[in-house]
Write a protein that binds this ligand. Structure first.
Ligand SMILES: Nc1ncnc2c1ncn2[C@@H]1O[C@H](COP(=O)(O)OP(=O)(O)OP(=O)(O)O)[C@@H](O)[C@H]1O
Length: 264
């Protein structure tokens, strides 16, 4: 479904663009339908840059990104809108996506205006309610409310519901749970697990190895813009080949160890 082949991204820096920073180097990877792929790396390793290129919000400097064999870079106007009916992103901070001046459900109205202007209001309302129920939200709890009246978990789920209204096939989930509390995190992860069984592909971007293992089928480890290791999640975690992955794994808290026992 989604393929990255030898993708590079170099940013030009400075007032005259004379300096360069290569954020992504020769990255190749794939996300298939019904599969969650974790893209794991430390801050600054290029994860968000990859997510933005996959969403068509930035173009690779070199290499290709294709969705169903159609190149994503260079999509504009109607073609880009058509792509966004199938591929959507949800990002780290749900509060920043909502305009505090408007009610939170305005995000759904914008989807209708942009993509389904001919759907009658009553029918649209039913679709929104079904999408909310699909992310385990009670419509009456969240509709007609301002963002500050809702929790981070509710807002994050509303954004996933917004993506689902478009009947998407691939979700780019960029650090979507880092700002949620522990139990809400598990709920959102389980929700992604459900969606995957319905055929949704998920590119799950995180700096947190433990979260990456929870739902992903395959894992790609990124360091300074380069893939250092990738493969089925179980294998990467059981037999990490690269020292960088081993170090990342060693830094994960050992859940089976009591807090006062030294970690071996
Ligand atoms: N628009 C831009 N212009 C110039 N440099 C950029 C731009 N966007 C990102 N970078 C740089 O590219 C590198 C990779 O950034 P990116 O945001 O992709 O990393 P990340 O792994 O998502 O980090 P984090 O987890 O902190 O968000 C960083 O050095 C960053 O400063």
């Amino acid at each position: 479904m989604l393929r990255l082949d030898g993708v590079w991204k170099t940013y030009r820096l400075g007032a005259f663009g004379t300096r360069e920073l290569t954020a992504v180097r020769d990255v190749s990877m794939e996300v298939r339908a019904g599969e969650v792929v974790s893209l794991i790396g430390e801050s600054g390793s290029g994860k968000t840059t990859i997510g933005r290129m996959v969403l068509g919000l930035a173009s690779p400097t070199r290499g290709s990104i294709t969705f169903d064999d159609v190149p994503v870079g260079g999509l504009r106007g109607r073609a880009l809108r058509g792509y966004h009916r199938q591929v959507q992103g949800v990002f780290q901070d749900p509060f920043s996506t909502f305009n505090p001046v408007f009610k939170a459900d305005r995000v759904f109205a914008l989807v209708r205006d942009g993509f389904f202007p001919s759907v009658p209001a009553i029918k649209w309302r039913r679709r929104v309610e079904a999408a909310l129920e699909g992310v385990r939200l009670e419509p009456a709890d969240v509709l007609d409310k301002y963002p500050h009246q809702l929790s981070g978990g509710q807002l994050q789920r509303m954004l996933i519901a917004r993506a689902l209204l478009l009947d998407i096939r691939l979700l780019v989930a960029d650090e979507i749970i880092s700002m949620l509390d522990a139990s809400t995190r598990i709920d959102v992860l389980n929700l992604l697990g459900d969606l995957k069984t319905k055929g949704l592909g998920v590119l799950f971007v995180t700096h947190d190895l433990a979260l990456g293992t929870y739902i992903s089928d395959r894992t790609v480890i990124l360091r300074a813009g380069e893939v250092v290791e990738s493969g089925p999640t179980d294998e990467v975690f059981a037999r990490p080949q690269h020292e960088y992955t081993r170090n990342l794994l060693a830094a994960v808290p050992h859940l089976h160890t009591r807090w006062n026992e030294p970690v071996k």
